[in-house]
Write a new protein. Structure first.
Length: 152
């Protein structure tokens, strides 16, 4: 079993990864960060801070960057990625995250989101869609936490 963290490099995703690593010993499970990366979508990459305003988008470079961020924040965590189509919806991205969660037998998903689980929420939120799945427990991180996890 594992603790799954959807990871897009945002400050809340980073906080979720740190929290998941803090929970690792409590649950005695490994932590796995998963990034769902759209192909050929420079606007999405810029919006998520994966590339600068004038940089060309390379999905493999984005994955490398996300993997490095995971390794820096939580050295003991694993990292996986999946590519989706250029115009993948939030629902498609959430489904991919849920699929990975089921594949790795996640007992807990730690989501960094300022609106996942709200009573009134946007239907476009990846976090809300993942949080609604009853296949695993969900821990929602809504505030920033310390910059890195312990390596113990």
């Amino acid at each position: 079993m594992s603790i799954l963290v959807p990871f897009d490099g945002s400050s809340l995703a980073k906080s979720a990864l740190v929290r998941a690593t803090e929970l690792r010993d409590v649950f005695d499970e490994r932590v796995l960060a998963v990034s769902i990366v759209p192909t050929a979508n420079a606007a999405y990459a810029r919006e998520h801070g994966w590339i600068g305003p004038d940089e060309e988008y390379d999905r493999h470079s984005a994955v490398d960057q996300l993997g490095r961020e995971v390794a820096e924040l939580a050295p003991a965590a694993g990292f996986r990625h999946q590519f989706v189509g250029r115009h993948a919806s939030a629902g498609t991205i959430a489904r991919k995250i849920r699929d990975v969660g089921q594949e790795v037998d996640a007992s807990l998903v730690v989501i960094g989101s300022d609106n996942a689980g709200s009573l009134v929420s946007s239907i476009h939120s990846v976090g809300t869609s993942v949080a609604s799945d009853d296949a695993f427990d969900v821990f929602i991180v809504r505030r920033p936490v310390p910059a890195a996890a312990s390596t113990a």
